[in-house]
Design a protein around this ligand. Structure first.
Ligand SMILES: *[C@@H]1O[C@H](CO)[C@@H](O)[C@H](O)[C@H]1NC(C)=O
Ligand SMILES: *[C@@H]1O[C@H](CO)[C@@H](O)[C@H](O)[C@H]1NC(C)=O
Ligand SMILES: *[C@@H]1O[C@H](CO)[C@@H](O)[C@H](O)[C@H]1NC(C)=O
Length: 614
């Protein structure tokens, strides 16, 4: 689409205060297209140059005028995140490629720019005859995969489980009227996980399983209140619970909610801020859980580490993928292309090479799956190159973040996606938080020779069970082999649930409507099923086959990016885009296109006052 050139826009931009206000209001009025978004960034950049404070106040005014969230949520979410956006806008060309990423990630008005081609460098070529990992038919061992626990330490039984904020079940100061639904002791939908449910989970999974992997997001979704002190307490407490309650080893990964402000992970090229405090904290907190060398890596390598599971030939590589996350606004503070922020890709390669050299198998664990469209296309592409190169070494990849029980398949040839070209699969665990569904976790049967996944069973606790509030039961929800193998004409008991299995399943979804609906139900743990029409189904299956997100079929849309599913319109068939971001700046600004004329006139007055005050 036609984007005005920068000199033209600068000619149009007036320098007087009133001119700036008019430019912002006019640009907001026209911010309905990608070009319109770029044009909006021009006066927003000028506003950012006048200072963080007028910028933040102005965006807060937009939030309140839109009624995008309660006033306190607007104040808090914008107050903590807008300064990061202001810093980014001051540093970049509003018409450049980074700005296009901002217009995709924050406003949903641009599609992501094409991948910046980069041939990922590897220390050695793939071996001509890769080591064969052969099962000798020993009994599998069990590994628990849980994710997105989002523990709300301020959850208050008896408070209202219905509210207008991103999470409820807290005694909010602005609450008026009687409690409409009294929060139970163990948990409620619309609320994050209670301490009692979290501890119940850790006790439940302790028996019979060799170890756990936890793919991140400890902290609750009150992003408008997130601060370093509380977050530090939350993380410390959870690390203590992992060490004291869980009766087997656990390998954790860093989630986007672990930082304060939420999602804020500045790159090491940024001098304005850093999150070393978090990596130091987790390095100390995880030291009793992972080995000492690995704990030291956490501090040195932006939260990533690699370790060998004792008495196995399995290397676990835990990486911080939040450096590839669209809602990490620190990634937009430079137009200089940085293919590998903080060296996360390089670390992954180094550790996979070490595994290959030692004849080990490797599992990669991380919070955000590089196959979700929350991932920047560049890093998803580079990560995919790594997976292709080390496909013989990688026996599994495990993630969370999407709050959905799903999978993404990687192919050696994305133009010919088939069971034959399927090379790897990203397993995504459902969340523990009951906020948008029933809490669930996975248990894998792992072959002790190949470390491949022979089966996956999902356990779930049902909030509608009358006993849930006193004695939550985690029942088998489904068994992947049992549920899915018949749909692809059976699967040999001695063959793992490998990438070909998952590809064949996507083929079954194409032809068997009820099989697809079964998957859709399981994906959301039986909660709030949405009718997925033919177009939605096409997109959904395409996305399963797109571990490399440039091949995905979901498109960015204003007002859909980052919105919680409960308020999402249904025109893409009801697919949550990002339940995890939960009312950050993206949720607010992606609604800017809905401002009415009256809203805009009101904003004109508010912005005038803000800028004059400055
Ligand atoms: C930690 O793991 C590394 C391999 O990942 C190993 O070389 C080292 O001996 C381990 N350290 C301890 C204290 O177990
Ligand atoms: C940032 O991290 C990368 C990867 O570890 C490293 O190569 C680079 O030197 C670091 N840059 C700065 C400025 O610290
Ligand atoms: C289609 O899927 C359903 C599961 O929902 C299954 O019961 C049925 O056998 C499948 N049909 C075929 C032809 O595989």
């Amino acid at each position: 689409m036609k984007i005005l050139s920068l000199p033209v826009i600068l000619l149009l931009a007036r320098t007087t205060e009133a001119g700036l206000v008019d430019d912002i209001v006019n640009a907001l009025r026209n911010a309905a297209t990608c070009g319109g978004c770029h044009a909006l960034l021009v006066p927003l950049k000028l506003l950012a140059i006048t200072g963080d404070s007028p910028f933040t106040k102005s965006i807060t005014a937009v939030c309140k005028t839109l009624k995008a969230a309660d006033a306190d949520v607007c104040e808090g979410a914008v107050g903590t995140q807008a300064p990061i956006l202001a810093h980014a806008l001051r540093s970049i060309d509003p018409l450049g490629h980074t700005a296009t990423k901002v217009c995709d990630a924050i406003f949903g008005l641009c599609q992501p720019p094409a991948v910046n081609s980069w041939k990922v460098p590897f220390p050695k070529p793939a071996p001509a005859t890769p080591k064969a990992f052969v099962s000798t038919g020993k009994a599998p061992f069990q590994v628990v995969h849980f994710s997105d626990i989002h523990i709300d330490r301020e959850y208050t039984p008896g408070s209202d489980a219905k509210c207008t904020k991103p999470i409820c079940c807290r005694p909010y100061a602005d609450k008026v009227g009687p409690v409409s639904q009294s929060a139970g002791a163990m948990g409620e939908h619309g609320c994050d996980t209670t301490t009692s449910l979290a501890q119940n989970l850790l006790r439940t999974v302790s028996a019979n399983n060799k170890f756990s992997i936890f793919t991140g997001d400890v902290v609750e979704a009150s992003v408008w209140l997130a601060n370093r002190k509380d977050t530090t307490e939350r993380l410390t407490q959870f690390n203590q619970e992992l060490a004291s309650i869980l009766q087997h080893p656990v390998y954790p990964a860093i989630g986007n909610h672990e930082s304060a402000p939420t999602n804020a992970f500045p790159r090491n090229t940024t001098t304005k801020s850093d999150v070393q405090w978090l990596f130091d904290l987790e390095s100390t907190g995880w030291a009793p859980l992972i080995n000492a060398t690995a704990a030291a890596q956490v501090a040195r390598l932006s939260g990533s580490y690699s370790t060998i599971v004792p008495n196995t030939n399995l290397r676990i590589i835990s990486i911080n993928t939040v450096y590839w996350y669209k809602a990490n606004f620190w990634l937009y503070d430079s137009d200089r292309k940085q293919p590998d922020p903080n060296g996360i890709l390089a670390f992954t390669i180094q550790e996979l090479q070490a595994a290959e050299d030692a004849g080990q198998r490797a599992w990669i664990i991380a919070h955000m799956p590089p196959g979700t469209t929350d991932t920047l296309r560049d890093q998803s592409n580079y990560y995919d190159q790594i997976v292709q190169r080390y496909r013989n070494t990688i026996a599994g990849q495990f993630f969370g973040h999407t709050h959905q029980d799903q999978f993404f398949v990687a192919y050696s040839d994305y133009k010919k996606r088939s069971a034959e070209t399927a090379v790897n699969v990203q397993w995504v665990a459902p969340p523990i938080t009951p906020r948008g569904g029933n809490p669930a976790f996975k248990v894998y049967d792992v072959d002790p020779d190949t470390y491949e996944i022979m089966n996956a069973r999902v356990f779930r606790t049902d909030l509608s069970d009358p006993e849930f509030q006193t004695n939550p039961r985690w029942d088998l929800y489904y068994d992947a082999r049992e549920a899915y193998a018949p749909l692809i004409g059976g699967w040999p008991a001695t063959t793992s649930l490998n990438p070909a299995f998952w590809h064949k399943l996507t083929e079954a979804f194409e032809t068997n409507e009820s099989a697809f609906q079964l998957y859709e139900t399981l994906r959301r743990r039986g909660w709030d099923p949405v009718q997925c029409n033919a177009e939605c189904k096409r997109v959904s299956i395409c996305d399963m086959r797109s571990a490399r997100v440039e091949n995905a079929c979901s498109v960015s849309k204003p007002g859909l990016n980052f919105r919680r599913r409960s308020v999402e319109s249904d025109d893409d068939g009801g697919h949550a885009v990002d339940e995890c971001e939960s009312s950050g700046l993206g949720a607010i600004l992606s609604q800017a296109h809905t401002l009415t004329s009256d809203d805009l006139e009101s904003l004109r007055e508010q912005l005038r006052e803000i800028i004059q005050e400055n």
